[in-house]
Design a protein around this ligand. Structure first.
Ligand code: PAF
Length: 305
C-alpha cells in the first residue's frame, strides 16, 4: 500500500486518504494553497496533463510529450462529476490512485494535483464556462452538459496550475476542439497541444473505460478501428461523398453483432460541422456501445497536396 507506507513514513495517519507528501521529488497535493506553493517553486516552463486517473499508455504519452517540451510537468487527477450525465458511470468510474502515482513518478512528473469535490466545487458554486456552438454536435448531442462540465473544470485546472502548455489526447477530438476554442475566445495564456491517439496492439483506442469490457466484448471492440480504417481507405481511393462514408462505417460496425452504434460522423476537423462532400480534410468519428460500455474513436484524414 504505497499511500499508507508513504504517509506512515511522513508521520501521518491513514484518516486522510491522500495526504500531501514529497517522495522521489514528486509532490502530491490536494489543496489549492499547497498546489500554488509547489507550482511557484518551479522555475521555467510548465506542461499540464489533466486526467481523470486510471492511467494507461495514452496518458503516459501525454506526459512524455510534456516532458520533452517543458522544464516541468504537472499532472492532475480528478474525476469531474459535472461532465458525467446523471445516469452515467460516475460512481463506477475506475480509480486506482496509488498505481497512478507510481506511474507518474516513474514518468518523471514534478507535481500531481488530486483536488477533491470541496476544492473544485465549493459550496454555493455557480460559475460555468460554456463554449456554445462547437459543444453541441457529436458527443455534445448525446451527452448534454458534458462539455460545459469539461470546460469549467479545465478552466479551473488552468487557473490553478498556470501552465505554458496543456496536453490532451486526440482520442477526444471534440474535447480538443472545444478547449482550443475556449483558450482562443478567453485569451488564456497557454498553448493547447493535441497528442496522437494511442491504440492497443489490436487497434482498439486506449481508454480507461475499456476496463469495463468483458473478454467477449473486448474481442468485438476492434471493429471501431476497422470501420474507420476502411473509410480512410475509401477516401484514399477517391471517395468524397460523406454520406457514402457514413453508410460504409455503419455497415462495417453492424457486421459485429455486439455493437450498438450511437453515431458515426464525417465532419470538418476544426468546426465539427457535418460535411456533404469531403474536400481537404475530414474528422471521421463515432460512438458505439458494446454492452453497457460506450466507446468513442476517430481518425482524421487530410488530402495530400
Ligand atoms: O479527458 C479527460 O480525462 C477529462 O475530460 C479532463 C480533460 C481531465 C477534464 O476532466
Amino acid at each position: 500500500m504505497l499511500n499508507r507506507s508513504l504517509s506512515e513514513r511522513a508521520g501521518m495517519f491513514v484518516f486522510n486518504p491522500h495526504p500531501s507528501y514529497n517522495d522521489d521529488d514528486m509532490k502530491i497535493v490536494t489543496e489549492i494553497a499547497e498546489l500554488r506553493v509547489a507550482r511557484n517553486a518551479l522555475a521555467g516552463s510548465v506542461g499540464l496533463v489533466p486526467t481523470m486517473g486510471y492511467l494507461h499508455a495514452g496518458h503516459l504519452s501525454l506526459v512524455e510529450h510534456a516532458k520533452v517540451e517543458n522544464d516541468h510537468v504537472i499532472a492532475t487527477i480528478y474525476v469531474n462529476p459535472t461532465q458525467f450525465e446523471p445516469d452515467a458511470d460516475l460512481d463506477s468510474y475506475p480509480r486506482d490512485l496509488e498505481r497512478d502515482f507510481a506511474l507518474l513518478r516513474d514518468a518523471g512528473v514534478d507535481i500531481v494535483w488530486t483536488p477533491n469535490d470541496a476544492v473544485m466545487y465549493p459550496e454555493g458554486f455557480q460559475t460555468w464556462v460554456d463554449v456554445t456552438d462547437i459543444s453541441q454536435p457529436l458527443e455534445g448531442g448525446h451527452r448534454p452538459g458534458h462539455f460545459k462540465g469539461v470546460t469549467t473544470i479545465v478552466t479551473k485546472l488552468f487557473n490553478a496550475t498556470t501552465p505554458d502548455r496543456a496536453y490532451f489526447g486526440q482520442k477526444d477530438a471534440q474535447q480538443v476542439a472545444v478547449i482550443k476554442r475556449m483558450v482562443r475566445d478567453l485569451n488564456m495564456p497557454l498553448a493547447v497541444i493535441a497528442c496522437p491517439l494511442v491504440r492497443d496492439t489490436d487497434g482498439v483506442a486506449l481508454s480507461s473505460r475499456n476496463a469495463y469490457l468483458t473478454p467477449e466484448q473486448r474481442t468485438a471492440a476492434p471493429i471501431l478501428g476497422h470501420s474507420l480504417c476502411s473509410a480512410i481507405d475509401k477516401l484514399a481511393n477517391g471517395e468524397r461523398d460523406a454520406n457514402a462514408l457514413r453508410t460504409h462505417m455503419l455497415t462495417t460496425l453492424a457486421s459485429e453483432p455486439l455493437t450498438n452504434t450511437e453515431y458515426v460522423s464525417v465532419s470538418h476537423p476544426d468546426t465539427l460541422q457535418e460535411l456533404e462532400t469531403v474536400t481537404d480534410a475530414a474528422l471521421l468519428s463515432m460512438a458505439v456501445r458494446i454492452g453497457k460500455t460506450r466507446l468513442i474513436d476517430n481518425m482524421v484524414w487530410r488530402a495530400e497536396h
